[in-house]
Design a protein around this ligand. Sequence first.
Ligand SMILES: Cc1cc2nc3c(=O)[nH]c(=O)nc-3n(C[C@H](O)[C@H](O)[C@H](O)COP(=O)(O)O)c2cc1C
Length: 159
Amino acid sequence: MNTMIIYASRYGCTADCAQQLKSRLSGSVSLTDIDRVSKSPADLKDFDTIILGSSIYIGAVSKKMKAFCKANESLLSSKKIGIFLCCGFQEQFEEYLSSNFPPSLRKNAVIKCFGGEARTEKMKAFDKLIMKAAMKRRGETLKISSENIECFSKAIQVL
Ligand SMILES: Cc1cc2nc3c(=O)[nH]c(=O)nc-3n(C[C@H](O)[C@H](O)[C@H](O)COP(=O)(O)O)c2cc1C
């Protein structure tokens, strides 16, 4: 299996999940920040499996991730696809998926929510304010689900 994991992360939670996922996958696995991903779809041709991971901010994945999916939709649809999200409100996971990824990518993909983390010590003031208010309302801390990462890694390897 020749896999590329492309992730979008603001404060490092999704990046850490991508790293954890990489360590659970066999074969050759490349890990790329969406900010550094090649604009050329030619580079994607070398991979049989492509995994897209992003955190959610105000209901949306990173703009770059959305643009990347749009620009490469037909090529990506011809690959084995995995999609994972890091977010705080997992009950809205299905909604986040359908509003951020086209049906052609979701159709045969392995899809999971990996949970999330509130890394407030790293956040810009505005983000910290929103996060703290949301966490207060929610009344419980966010955490990454190693179980879901494990489950995803098994499913993607038999896709
Ligand atoms: C300003 C802000 C807005 C957020 N908006 C959402 C949201 O709409 N839905 C959600 O489920 N989580 C939301 N989150 C939680 C993040 O998705 C979560 O903390 C995630 O783990 C961040 O991952 P990252 O560090 O890789 O960016 C928000 C967090 C912040 C700070």
